[in-house]
Design a protein around this ligand. Structure first.
Ligand code: ZN
Length: 469
């Protein structure tokens, strides 16, 4: 059975990919997904509670979703599809996969080094110190670890916010991990940790990677800007002149831009330098000034909210103010060393913070939260023509969530169940681009023991090289 699921159009296999990749031309990364992924077939999810997140289609209390060759063919009650495989959706919610819009996959395998109760071993000091010693293989094995976790939690699109690209080979390694995972996503090409602030990032290699990827509905390329507000100098502290040089260069290549912020300073600098635009995603809407909301709305910039981390930081999470001004807000995981990949908990945290701050004056219905975690994320990343909703013609990125589990059953309103009660363990099936990557809560092809073992070995070796004690 497993053999029949193998996609034979490519030559790489999971076990030889690492060695073979170094022998292949750079354009190998523009090739279709590796043979380790299950093939796309034809199937119908039958009898599920379908939440399409498409306003024209709406929700179906008992509905079917027909998928063929990676695309959604129909979303309706009683789909007729002779010969198609049936996925029993009874007792399940069927919805689009979650869209993460900011995640530092390169930091994921640092879990054994982290301690949240020891200031020397929290996320920032650990990543700043060990990040200087990463090999491309470390980047690959760390990214592979959390891309696998993303699938277990129902995330089907991710924004790989790679702010430690130490060489072109590091970029290629993370892209290879994304290709092999089967997830859809954007690779945001960033700086190397510790590089001088007066040295520009490698725009030529960003252009090379963008050319290699070409037109692709699975993978796009963007740029991670270095920090421009001086709040975390380990992540860069560039001035307006360097920001202008790099952002202009990225736009000439056609790369969207993303930036961490903390407070009003970066917004004011970007506005003063005429750098804000629809192609800009900012991360962490904390400590903004009132004037910033109008500025961001005027320029069409987006904001990614990482609720689990931000709720523990000084200042106010200002997504409500942004949404009231019409700024597009999306949801992100950030990292899975200090946080966890749990979009249900992220939605719940946004709801809780909103109630805590406004006492319910700003309306944030549960359906709106699910939209933020799906279609709004797709809009943020420019993937909304291909994913984010169950719409015929879009690519098939969908998840099935068990509603008969002890923590949900008996189910009432499905959106309430998702925001208030559901957990990643309730995600039964995950489909990306028509490939069934998880079924019955298990990977269909990925060897997770191997991924975990190799990540553990790699981080142990990294610690030794870095003389970390
Ligand atoms: Zn971040």
């Amino acid at each position: 059975m497993r053999k029949q699921l193998v996609d034979r159009r490519t030559v790489l296999t999971a076990t030889t990919a690492l060695t073979a990749a170094s022998l292949l031309p750079r354009t190998a990364f523009a090739q279709p997904a590796p043979a380790s992924l299950p093939a796309r077939g034809e199937f119908v999810v039958r009898g599920a509670h379908v939440l399409s997140m498409d306003n024209k289609i709406g929700d179906l209390a008992v509905g079917d979703v027909h998928v063929r060759d990676g695309a959604i063919v129909a979303v309706a009650a009683g789909v007729n599809a002779p010969g198609a495989q049936t996925l029993d959706g009874k007792g399940m919610i069927c919805m689009p996969g979650f869209v993460d819009t900011h995640w530092h996959h390169w930091t994921s395998f640092l879990r054994p080094v982290m301690r949240t109760d020891d200031p020397k071993r929290t996320y920032f000091p650990v990543t700043a110190a060990l990040g200087l010693h990463y090999t491309p293989d470390d980047s690959y094995k760390s990214a592979r670890l959390s891309l696998a976790e993303a699938l277990t939690a129902g995330v089907t699109t991710t924004h790989n916010w790679a702010h430690n690209v130490r060489s072109p080979a590091h970029a290629d390694a993370e892209v290879r991990a994304m290709r092999e995972s089967g997830l859809r996503g954007r690779f945001a090409y960033g700086p190397a940790l510790g590089m001088p602030n007066d040295k520009p990032m490698d725009l030529a290699d960003m252009a090379r990677l963008k050319r290699d990827v070409g037109k692709d509905t699975m993978l796009t390329v963007g740029m991670c800007s270095r920090n421009i507000d001086g709040n975390n100098t380990a992540r860069g502290a560039i001035d307006a002149a360097m920001a202008t040089k790099e952002w202009t260069g990225a736009r000439e290549i056609g790369l969207p831009i993303t930036l961490h912020t903390n407070g009003s300073a970066s917004i004011q600098l970007l506005d003063g330098a005429n750098l804000l635009g629809k192609d800009v995603q900012l991360v962490h809407p904390l400590n903004l000034a009132e004037k910033d909301f109008d500025t961001l709305a005027k320029h069409g910039a987006h904001y990614s909210v990482s609720p689990l981390g931000e709720a523990g930081r000084p200042g106010e999470m200002q997504f409500a103010e942004l949404m009231q001004k019409g700024v597009l807000v999306s949801l992100s995981i950030d990292n899975v060393t200090a946080e966890r990949c749990d979009c249900f908990a992220c939605m719940r945290m946004m709801q809780t913070v909103n109630k805590h701050r406004s006492g319910g004056k700003f309306k944030l219905p549960t359906k709106r939260l699910v939209e933020i975690a799906t279609i709004e994320g797709a809009r943020d990343l420019g993937f909304d023509a291909v994913t984010g909703s169950l719409t015929p013609g879009k690519r098939a990125d969908l998840i099935l969530i068990r509603t008969e589990a002890p923590n949900i059953a008996p189910i009432g309103d499905p959106y309430d169940a998702l925001v208030q009660l559901a957990q990643p363990a309730n995600v039964d099936t995950v489909v990306v681009d028509g490939r069934i990557l998880r079924r019955n809560g298990q990977f269909t092809a990925l060897d997770h023991d191997k991924v975990t073992r190799e990540a553990a070995d790699a981080v142990a070796s990294l610690k030794t090289r870095a003389k970390w004690t």
